[in-house]
Design a protein around this ligand. Structure first.
Ligand SMILES: [Fe+2]
Length: 405
């Protein structure tokens, strides 16, 4: 079977029934009836042969500028293994070439509308009525079982919030949980950090004050993608945990005030920490969208803003939009409220979910949380690796079943 330019398995869920070269592309029809068009230049760019892709690193050596921009196949066929085969003609000093593209790989990378839609992973936004409590998972199962880990990470990717129970009340236990996903992101607060009221606090987080809805480290060029807060002791009165879906707030602003939405997505606000030992600052819009307009991240943290520094004529509109956003962070119907218990970890997308806490009575007992950060990338990589292992098992199972026949 044709070599693939990656380390993944590509079970063949649909075979190629026909492949027809047309003016600018090849039209492939699959056994389930789907038709996918592949541009000639895309097919040449994705030739997986050992001259084009390094057989050990599986990284590309071929460069598209080494062939003419209008290169067209001489012949297209489905080879005896079911791969898409393409003969490329010799053109001036560029020698002829032959590509064999694995049908399972090709189907997974098809870019017709239906295939792209199938691959899209849209987050699902929520409010207090659609999500009365955070999705909850068992930490013991997550530590031992990749299926349980997978289920948790899919929920975190989809909803942006979760609670993991049964995590040992030990100061480093959160590091073991996050190691199941990937690498902890160290910051100027350390690898793991404490959240408790301190006599000489370095942040409002280390007081008993209420904290308004925020993401952590909006002061950084790249805000941590994931945050984990492990409750080890919670014997105080108050200190209620609050989560708000920043994407739902953004959707609501977009619906009720396109003008405010335009300000929040385009005008950079200023962010800065106040610290005796560091001076992190960044300018960025409060809502960041992807190229297609879908939501990528929010940046919210009232006590970490620097004085607004925008053109004179924009100040009033910027404050109006900012006020609208902050009013929505307080909307009862958007706030998910609960009380984290010892042994529970609140895990959330720090570039999407805003977290807050109620004030707590310092005298009434102790409240001690340990926290750390990681990245969305780490989560996505772990999910793909679990999926890759599942595909490899499926393929191995199919091969052994074939041998038994
Ligand atoms: Fe925080």
């Amino acid at each position: 079977m044709a070599f693939t330019p990656d380390f993944d398995s590509h079970p063949i869920e649909a075979t190629i029934t026909s492949a027809v070269p047309l003016a600018g592309w090849v039209e492939v029809v699959w056994s389930d009836g789907r038709a996918s068009r592949f541009h000639h230049i895309w097919l040449r760019d994705n030739c997986p042969c050992e001259q084009c892709v390094h057989p050990v690193t599986r990284e590309q050596m071929f460069e598209i500028i080494s062939v003419p921009a209008d290169l067209r196949p001489q012949r297209v066929w489905v080879d005896e293994e079911g791969s898409l085969a393409i003969a490329w003609p010799a053109v001036s000093d560029v020698p002829a070439h032959e590509s064999h593209i694995h049908p399972g790989w090709l189907r997974r990378h098809a870019y017709d509308d239906a295939s792209r839609q199938e691959r899209s992973l849209e987050p699902v936004t929520w409010d207090a009525s659609t999500m009365p409590e955070p999705p909850t998972f068992d930490g013991r199962a997550i530590m031992e079982d990749d299926d349980a880990l997978y289920e948790w990470l899919v929920a975190l990717r989809t909803w942006g919030v979760s609670v993991v129970q049964n995590v040992p009340c030990e100061v480093d236990a959160i590091a073991d949980l996050v190691a199941r996903i990937g690498i902890v992101r160290e910051t100027n607060f350390g690898v793991l950090w404490d959240v408790r009221s301190e006599p000489d606090p370095i942040s409002n987080a280390n007081t008993s004050l209420a904290l308004p809805p925020h993401v952590d480290l909006p002061t950084r060029e790249y805000q941590p993608g994931l945050q984990f807060l492990h409750c080890i002791v919670n014997e105080t009165e108050g200190g209620e945990n609050i989560l708000v879906d920043g994407f739902r707030i953004a959707e609501r602003i977009r619906a009720i005030s396109p003008a405010d939405y335009a300000i929040l997505t385009t005008v950079p606000f200023q962010w800065a920490n106040r610290s005796a030992t560091s001076d992190y600052r960044w300018d960025a819009p409060i809502i960041v969208t992807n190229a297609d307009g879908s939501l990528r991240e929010v940046r919210v943290g009232n006590w970490l803003r620097a004085p607004l520094d925008v053109p004179f004529g924009v100040v009033e509109a910027a404050y109006a939009a900012y006020r609208r956003l902050f009013e929505l962070t307080r909307a009862d119907d958007l706030q998910l409220r609960f009380r984290l218990q010892p042994g529970e970890v609140m895990a959330f997308d720090n570039r999407r979910a805003l977290h807050a806490r109620g004030a707590f009575t310092d005298m009434s007992g102790r409240r001690f949380l340990r926290g750390c950060y990681s990245e969305r990338d780490e989560l996505m990589s772990r999910l793909r690796m679990i999926e890759r292992e599942r595909r490899a098992c499926r393929e191995a199972g199919a091969v052994s079943a074939t041998r038994r026949q």
